[in-house]
Write a protein that binds this ligand. Structure first.
Ligand code: DAH
Length: 331
């Protein structure tokens, strides 16, 4: 009995010093293998008296179980430690991928356009689009600008050499999308139409020959100038900030009656012109097959590039198209 306790203690001490699974395996052969003392003791049982044999056999089995337990405990903890070492060795730190690939971002004007769309979509509008090359009907006539109308000249239109003279053009504003939408959709209509527009303007600090506008159109029953003013106010406050005020000033556009220009307030108390708006002219509604006795609406339009210039207080609108990454990276 004493011998076995010593044996278990010896095994336990040796196992405690085994620092890896290979060392533990070697010790296992020593303490539990064929030539191990515990097995030798078992072989000698046959030489004992039957009653002694039973007691001795039981003692040997218990000792063996204790030694086995010592090994399996140690194996568990060594395996767990080995697993931790392996996990640490195989760890991938995904935040430290290097060299980091240079990543671009959306252009300032695209960001402004996306935000504008978000603001109007949140107010219940959907986004509409139209072609950049237009006919005189969509760019002018349907918008109540017949060919004798002096307003035609004010649009500085870039014509395309196609069909009759001055019949095909790069659209000079996004207002033709109003017409296309009213032709193809039954009222009520609530849309905004952002897109590229073109004029013969030479590029300078405040003009670009290719620029971006966003058009708004609402057609519903009982729409008034109050709805127009409220919509513009809501949009401006969401886009520029709660403290920014708006005002409408009487103006003239052939496609709206009455027409107005809308301004936003600046910190120094002055006003900045943002765009044009008004109640959709009955002629425009009729041109698009909508009965002005039943439906009314308002429209507005303004330049997205100019909006970006105002919002970020740029000195020169041409910065937007110079494609100088040192400039673009700031936004
Ligand atoms: N199309 C006009 C322009 O480019 C802007 C505009 C004014 C659009 C009044 C509108 C509007 O829808 O109602 O100068």
């Amino acid at each position: 009995m004493t011998d076995y306790k010593e044996l278990v203690d010896a095994a336990s001490a040796a196992v405690g010093n085994a620092t890896d699974l290979a060392a533990l395996g070697a010790l296992q052969a020593q303490f539990l293998g064929k030539k191990a003392a515990i097995n030798a003791a078992k072989k000698q049982l046959g030489a004992l008296d039957p009653d002694q044999r039973a007691t001795a056999g039981k003692a040997i089995n218990e000792a063996r179980q204790q030694i086995e337990a010592v090994f399996s405990d140690r194996r568990d903890s060594l395996e767990q430690a080995a697993r931790l070492v392996q996990l640490e060795a195989e760890r991938l730190d995904l935040t430290e991928v290097w060299p980091r690939p240079a990543r671009g971002h959306a252009h300032l004007v695209t960001q402004a356009r996306d935000r504008l769309e978000d603001v109007f979509v949140a107010m219940g509008f959907t986004v509409a689009e139209g072609p950049e090359v237009e006919s005189a009907w969509y760019n002018f006539e349907a918008l109540n600008i017949p060919d004798w109308h002096p307003a035609r000249g004010s649009f500085d239109t870039i014509f395309v050499n196609l069909g009759e003279p001055e019949e095909v053009m790069l659209r000079s504003h996004t207002s033709p999308v109003q017409v296309r939408t009213m032709e193809s959709q039954e009222p009520p209509i609530y849309i905004v139409a952002p897109g590229r527009t073109f004029r013969t303007d030479a590029a300078d600090a405040t003009h670009l020959p290719a620029f971006n506008q966003i058009e708004g159109l609402v057609i519903d029953k009982g729409i008034t100038m109050g709805d127009l003013a409220g919509t513009i106010d809501e949009f401006v406050r969401t886009f520029f900030g709660e403290e920014v005020k708006t005002r409408l000033r009487p103006s003239y556009f052939p496609f709206t009656e009455p027409s107005a220009e809308f301004d936003i307030s600046r910190d120094d108390g002055s006003w900045l012109e943002l765009g044009g708006c008004g109640m959709v002219h009955p002629n425009v509604l009729r041109n698009c097959g909508i009965d002005p006795e039943i439906w009314q609406g308002f429209a507005f339009g303004f330049g997205i590039d100019r909006l970006a210039v105002m919002r970020y207080q740029l000195d020169d609108i041409r910065e937007l198209v110079n494609n100088d990454v040192r400039f673009l990276r700031q936004f």
